[in-house]
Ligand binder design. Structure first.
Ligand code: ZN
Length: 188
């Protein structure tokens, strides 16, 4: 397995809609295995294919559910059903999100507390996962990547300004930047 470079915000693949997976072949298996290796090395709790430069609709996750049971897997061609989003300002202590494509930064963002994810695994078996709280947040974050959205794109004005500042200070926001887990000392 190979650790893949993770694209940093500014790379066009992160800001474009990804394509449905149609070929469930060895190339796809290798991609998913490499993505797990990359996510574990980062380390991260989720990784979407566009983050490693592949414009396909799939992501992986590794996060405990509400009962603290570890959950780990891949979802291919997912759909996402969202519960209600509470009004008001997000809490910086409990609702701060990060992203391996905006490494080292965290900003508070309100998300739906409940989602249902449906899709397929590598064998094209149907998957359905109900998730709440942070497990639900992970799915919303990864699903957004497939539509070319980063969590910073969803921030409200003042947080968005801070994020834009961090991005320009790091000289990100331009095509072709990436980092390699295990070599570069960055974290999401
Ligand atoms: Zn991300």
């Amino acid at each position: 397995m190979t650790i893949l470079p993770i694209r940093i915000t500014g790379d066009p693949v992160l800001h474009s809609k990804a394509q449905e997976v149609t070929l469930f072949d060895q190339t796809l298996r290798t991609l998913v295995a490499d993505m797990f290796e990359t996510m574990d090395a980062a380390p991260g709790v989720g990784l979407a294919a566009p983050q490693v430069g592949v414009p396909l609709r799939l992501f992986i996750y590794d996060y405990p559910d509400d009962d603290d049971t570890p959950r780990r897997g891949v979802v291919i061609n997912p759909t996402l059903e969202l519960g209600k989003i509470r009004p008001g300002k997000p809490n910086e202590d409990t609702e701060s999100e990060g992203c391996l494509s905006v490494p080292g930064e965290r900003f508070a963002l309100r998300r739906s507390e409940r989602v249902t994810v449906r899709g397929m695994d590598l064998e094209q078996n149907p998957i359905e996962i109900e998730a709440t709280d942070w497990f639900a947040r992970v799915f919303q974050h990864e699903f957004d990547h497939l539509d070319g959205l980063l969590y910073v794109d969803r921030l409200k004005k003042s947080e968005r300004r801070e994020a834009d500042l961090a991005i320009s200070e790091n000289k990100w926001g331009v095509p072709g930047k990436s980092w390699l887990p295990g070599r570069d000392n960055l974290e999401g």
